[in-house]
Design a protein around this ligand. Structure first.
Ligand SMILES: [Zn+2]
Length: 135
C-alpha cells in the first residue's frame, strides 16, 4: 500500500485529513527521525545533529538524487559509534521540492539493498503473527 493509499484509507475510515498523517523513517541505532512534511511526501532529516548520506557499492558518497545505501552520522549518539551504514536503499535530495524547510530529504520509497535481510517493524509483526501461539 502506498502512503497516498494509506492516507486515503485513514481519511475514509477515521475522517483524519491526509496532512495530519505523517510517516516516519528511523531506526533503533539512531537518534534521528525523518518525518514527512505535510505539504509533500518527502522525509525531512533533522540536520542539526544528523547527517544523512547515500553510499555506492564501494561505500563512497554519491551525489544528491542518486540511489544508494543509506548511512548517517549521528551527532548525539553516546552508546555506540555514531556512523551507521544501513541495509536500506534510498534516494536523497538536497532540498524538498514541496516546502521551504531546510535540510536534505529522502524520497519516501525506501527499499532493502539486494541481499540484505528483511527487518524493521513490518517484519517483526509478520514474525509475531506467523508464530504458533498455542505453545
Ligand atoms: Zn517538505
Amino acid at each position: 500500500m502506498t502512503h497516498e493509499e494509506f492516507r486515503n484509507e485513514v481519511k475514509k475510515v477515521l475522517g483524519i485529513p491526509g496532512k495530519f498523517i505523517l510517516d516516519v523513517y528511523s531506526m533503533v541505532e539512531g537518534n534521528g527521525w525523518m518525518i514527512h512534511c505535510p505539504e509533500g511526501h518527502y522525509l525531512h532529516a533533522p540536520y542539526a545533529h544528523y547527517k544523512p548520506l547515500v553510499l555506492d557499492e564501494e561505500s563512497k558518497p554519491v551525489e544528491y538524487g542518486e540511489w544508494g545505501r543509506f548511512a548517517f552520522l549521528d551527532g548525539i549518539s553516546t552508546s555506540h559509534p555514531s556512523f551507521i551504514i544501513t541495509g536500506d536503499e534510498v534516494k536523497l535530495h538536497e532540498h524538498c521540492p514541496f516546502c521551504d524547510r531546510t535540510g536534505p530529504v529522502l524520497e519516501p520509497v525506501v527499499k532493502r539493498v539486494k541481499g540484505e535481510d528483511i527487518r524493521g517493524c513490518p517484519e517483526e509483526v509478520r514474525r509475531m503473527f506467523s508464530k504458533d501461539l498455542s505453545k
